[in-house]
Design a protein around this ligand. Structure first.
Ligand SMILES: [Zn+2]
Length: 359
């Protein structure tokens, strides 16, 4: 009986702890993105009053009241939610930054108000953006020295002995992976790969010179005023990092016993991310005067620190600054020690910009 009594008391304490750990939040399910640009004059905000347990797991929604704020001012008086969903069907957006947050509350069984917060959402209204239509892009691999460099990135980082035919296939497969990475990254905006250079075509030139400094370079062009431009991707620098400095094997979970397919993916994502990044600059990302960029037109870590934004992620966001983009993030890996995939992508703010100017 004594033991049972202790167990019961322990259970009571655990229940109390879990009760204390429960949190109530105003969850916003519309808009889905929490940090984006728009040219619209209004926005609809919809959400719930939700309970989460101390493990952060959703428990249930509550009927109650919501008090939405925009830039620190209440949008309306406390608003009742008769069901479990609250709805502000049309809130006017100010030009520039609109930070939404606020309070939610509901009455528990004893009539006491229980409070929660709406986490901040950042919506930036811009009036200077217009649709530039389609942007055609040509991937120019005509410098055959790049093939030699890619072949060495295979032979020097894998135990396997390749035939010349296998190496030719390897190079073709890496180039194909660059294409699939690029297309996935620009999915949602009208950026289209074409087979030749032209007056309205951006050329991404893959350069085979021996060097070890920049991965690539491109002209910054806010609002993409000039469609015919050239970016350069320096395969020599990739070769230097992967082969000469051995950072693929020493700085990531890649091993010399990896499969050929694995290495194709590693190098295709590595090079594809940089090609995607350089074109991003020439489409206007991430302009310092107009898109809150810093450190040479890149996603700004300092901005993230002082705003409720989600712009910088150590290279997992495609426009993160070069020196702050880790090699494992560039390869599409979650961290330096595992093979868990985390494909680099545009953050939601940059994506919304691309979707507006290339719609
Ligand atoms: Zn850059």
């Amino acid at each position: 009986m004594k033991n049972l009594g202790q167990s019961t008391r322990l259970l009571a304490v655990l229940l109390m702890l879990s009760g204390l750990g429960a949190t109530f939040k105003g969850c916003v399910y519309n808009p889905v993105q929490k940090d984006y640009l728009t040219t619209s004059g209004t926005v609809q905000l919809q959400g719930t009053i939700a309970e989460f347990n101390d493990a952060g797991k959703f428990v249930k929604n509550y009927p109650g009241q919501v008090h939405l704020k925009k830039n620190g001012a209440f949008v309306s008086d406390w608003k009742n939610t008769d069901g479990t969903v609250w709805d502000y069907p049309s809130v006017a957006l100010s030009n520039g930054l609109n930070t939404f947050n606020g309070d939610v509350r509901f009455q528990n069984a004893t009539g006491t108000w229980v409070n929660g917060q709406i986490p901040s959402i950042l919506i930036e209204k811009k009036t200077d953006l217009s649709n530039r239509g389609e942007q055609k892009v040509f991937l120019d691999w005509s410098d055959t020295k790049t093939d030699t460099l890619i072949k060495e990135m295979a032979t020097k980082t894998l135990d396997k002995t390749f035939t010349e035919a296998e190496l030719t296939t390897f190079v073709a497969d890496v180039k194909n992976r660059v294409v699939t990475f690029f297309n996935a990254a620009y999915n949602g905006s009208r950026v289209t790969l074409v087979g030749a250079a032209g007056t309205d075509v951006h050329t991404i030139k893959f350069d085979g010179a021996d060097r070890c400094d920049y991965y690539g370079q491109s002209p910054g062009d806010y609002k993409n005023q000039t469609k015919q431009q050239t970016s350069s991707i320096y395969i020599g620098t990739f070769h230097c990092v992967v082969v000469d400095d051995n950072r693929l094997i020493n700085g990531t979970a890649a091993e010399k016993s990896d499969t050929v397919a694995q290495r194709v993916n590693d190098l295709g994502v590595f090079i594809g991310r940089t090609a995607t990044h350089e074109l991003g600059h020439s489409l206007g990302l991430t302009d310092e005067s107009n898109l809150h960029g810093c450190e040479g037109m890149h996603n700004c870590e300092a901005y993230d620190v002082s705003n409720p934004s989600d712009r910088f992620d150590n290279g997992h966001y495609i426009m993160d600054p070069g020196p702050k983009s880790t090699i494992w993030a560039r390869l599409g890996l979650e961290n330096s020690t595992t093979r868990n995939a985390q494909s680099p992508k545009f953050n939601s703010y940059n994506r919304s910009y691309l979707e507006i100017i290339h719609n």
